[in-house]
Design a protein around this ligand. Sequence first.
Ligand code: AMP
Length: 425
Amino acid sequence: MKVLVIGGGAREHALCRSLSQDPAVTELHCAPGNAGIAQVATVHPVDQLDGAQVADLAVRLGAALVVVGPEAPLVAGVADAVRAAGVPVFGPSAAAAQLEGSKAFAKDVMAGAGVPTARSYVCTTAEEAAEALDAFGAPYVVKDDGLAAGKGVVVTSDRAEALAHAASCMVESPGRQGRGSVVIEEYLDGPEVSLFAITDGTTVVPLQPAQDFKRALDGDEGPNTGGMGAYSPLPWAPAGLVEEVLETVLQPTVDELRRRGTEFSGLLYAGLALTSRGTRVIEFNARFGDPETQVVLARLRTPLAAVLLAAGTGTLDQLEPLRWDEDAAVTVVVASEGYPAAPRTGDPIEGLAEAEADGTAFVLHAGTRSGADGAVLSAGGRVLSVTATGADLGEARDRAYAAVDRITLKGGQHRTDIALKAATA
Ligand code: AMP
């Protein structure tokens, strides 16, 4: 099977790594890829937001499957273009990807499906926003209604800051994908869980739960980011969590979308809060989460290609149950200086081979590019996802951090407390 992966971050590197280890995959391609992906796949300089270009490439390569990694191409309709060209694709249509692209749409679907989530208001004026903030009280949760790469959410007890973020979300400007509206919602207490499910629009197959770390600094301080690390499994999670979420969240959401005529196939990502009043959905995403994918795929034993193809061809009901490693996995994100506000790029990264030398960890590239003479340069905010498995979270953590310590990137930063609480609990 020839497979083409769309995207160029650590999530796509994780997907490519797993696909490259799948004996069913005879040729692996990625567009646009990055310096690390280029080691396991043939990379192509294609605009990932351009459906026609991606479909052309898929047809030219004779791809049996296209896997769309990031949200932006999905929302831009890249999966629709590939499907229209007759190539099976893993990833939802633009219409179904609105589940991630519009927080207001997601809230509406959840209401229709009876899925438990935070109460919320969609506001379009400063007065409405102020009223909504006061109705819920502090801490305030203020969300940009459009795609914001995980950075459009402000959670704060400072009312002025909440109002200021609401105002910035309501400004429509060509540079952002905001929609001129803001979602203000009730604060959810309790630990967060990311649960992914693979679906063909009817059958839903949950993966193993993971937890990610959204704040930039140790102790969950600092600004929200795209994610600074993750681990799986969650030893503290209640028994039966996956079955409960399948029954109360994932299956009803997939059924509701099909009922509305916006069938969702691909990866349904539920961001959950386990609150004192029960499990609540914080958000849905329409694609594999980054960095949780790095740890979830590190534990998946079932070869990946057939699973993704079954979702793309509506045959998930015929798939054997997934097989998982008992091992734990931890990933630590190495980010560039200044991330997330103003990441510095173009610096050489050293120690990549040394980090993998003892075979206990592997380095997934996020924002990297190839420089002269085989050098690897930083090219984005999140630069690497250093991932390791081990008999338990403690061992996986030690291995991941030992590998991080062998890497040098000028001004590079990482959290030192990924999976720490779960490993020592
Ligand atoms: P989102 O982009 O919706 O996942 O939000 C990013 C992060 O903001 C989440 O992972 C949570 O940590 C936090 N967050 C979002 N919504 C809420 C909420 N209603 N209550 C508490 N924290 C939230």
